[in-house]
Write a protein that binds this ligand. Structure first.
Ligand SMILES: [Zn+2]
Ligand SMILES: [Zn+2]
Length: 301
C-alpha cells in the first residue's frame, strides 16, 4: 500500500484545527516520517499509526514547526523497542540542533537510531527506491526530498507461453535478458517506477522543479495566498498559485498543498488559487487525512 498520512499542516504555530507539520509516507514496507513538528507523537496515535514500522525520518530544516517533534518520536522509538535501525536525515549544517533534539531528555536508548545527515549530492538506496535531497531557498539550510522507484519489467504470461518459456527459464530470462532467440523485451513490458517529492519551506528555485519533476505525488508548502506574495518572496515561502504552477510545469500527477499560515481562516481560498494553475487532482491537506499515491501508470513499450 502506498499512501500519505497527514499528521499536521500548520506553519509556524499550531492552531485549533491544525497541528504543527508531520507527514507519514507509507510506501509498501518503507515507512518514512517527514518533518515531525511538535505534537507528532500524539498525531500518530490519533491517525492510528504505530512507530514500529518506521524506517526513516527526514527533516527538511531545523525550524520548530518541522522538527520540535523529533525528541518525542525518537524516545517513542526507543520505548517501543523498534527492532530495526531507524535512519534520520537532516541538514548537515544543523548538527548541533540534531544533537540537542536527539538527547533532549533522559531515557534508555533501546533502539538503533542512525543519523545520516544530508549535504550536496545526497542519495541513499531504500527498499522503496532512491532517496535524494536537494537544497532549497530558505532563511536557514533546508533540503527537499525525493523518492524515485526505478522502472522494472513486468513479464507477460501469454507471450511467455507463446515462446514456450515457463518455470525456472523465466528467471533465467529475467536475469540474463535473453534465452535462446528470445529477448526480455519480447515477453515483457516496462513497469514504470513511481516517485514522490516533499518540498517544504522555500522560495521558488530550480531545485523545487528538479524535485517535483514528473512525480506521482508532490507534497509542497503553500504558506501564503497571492495577496501576500511579496512577503512570501521576502521570507522564503510559496503561495498556493506558485506551488500549483510548479506542479503544472513539472508534470506532477497529484498535488498536496500544506503548511498553511494561520492568518487565513478559509482553506478553500488555497484551492481556488491553485486551481487557476493546475488542472490535476489537488488536495488541500488537513490533519489526519490519508491521501493514496495514485495508481501506477500503465506500462509502456
Ligand atoms: Zn515551516
Ligand atoms: Zn522554515
Amino acid at each position: 500500500m502506498r499512501e500519505l498520512v497527514v499528521l499536521g499542516t500548520a506553519s509556524q504555530v499550531p492552531t485549533r484545527h491544525r497541528n504543527h507539520n508531520g507527514y507519514l509516507l507509507r510506501w509498501d514496507d518503507e515507512v518514512i516520517l517527514f518533518d515531525p513538528g511538535e505534537g507528532t507523537q500524539r498525531q500518530m496515535l490519533l491517525a492510528g499509526q504505530a512507530v514500529t514500522p518506521l524506517k526513516r525520518i527526514c527533516v527538511t530544516h531545523f525550524h520548530g514547526d518541522h522538527s520540535l517533534g523529533l525528541p518525542g518520536i525518537l524516545q517513542r522509538v526507543s520505548l517501543d523497542r523498534v527492532p530495526h535501525p531507524v535512519a534520520v536525515h537532516y541538514p548537515a549544517g544543523g548538527q548541533e540542533f540534531y544533537d540537542r533534539l536527539r538527547h533532549a531528555t533522559s531515557y534508555w536508548d533501546n533502539a538503533e537510531i542512525v543519523p545520516l545527515p544530508v549535504s550536496a549530492g545526497f542519495a541513499v538506496e531504500t527498499s522503496a527506491g532512491r532517496l535524494t535531497a536537494l537544497p532549497l531557498r530558505h532563511s536557514i539550510e533546508a533540503y527537499g526530498y525525493r523518492l524515485t522507484e526505478p522502472d522494472s519489467r513486468r513479464m507477460l504470461p501469454a507471450l511467455l507461453a507463446q515462446h514456450g518459456i515457463s518455470g525456472p527459464a523465466v528467471g533465467d530470462l529475467q536475469r540474463t535478458g535473453r534465452l535462446g532467440g528470445v529477448t526480455l523485451d519480447q515477453v515483457s513490458t516496462v513497469r514504470p517506477g513511481q516517485s514522490f517529492a516533499f518540498v517544504m519551506d522555500t522560495g521558488l528555485c530550480d531545485n523545487v522543479y528538479a524535485l517535483a519533476d514528473r512525480v506521482d505525488m508532490l507534497v509542497i508548502e503553500s504558506t501564503f495566498l497571492a495577496e501576500d506574495a511579496a512577503m512570501a518572496a521576502q521570507v522564503g515561502h510559496l503561495t498556493a498559485g506558485q506551488a500549483a504552477a510548479v506542479a503544472r510545469e513539472s508534470g506532477v500527477r497529484t498535488l498536496v498543498l500544506t503548511h498553511f499560515s494561520q492568518r487565513y481562516q478559509d482553506p478553500s481560498r488555497f484551492l481556488e488559487e491553485a486551481r487557476k494553475e493546475f488542472t490535476g487532482p489537488i488536495v488541500i491537506a488537513e490533519d489526519l487525512l490519508r491521501v493514496p499515491v495514485p495508481p501506477r501508470l500503465l506500462s509502456q513499450g
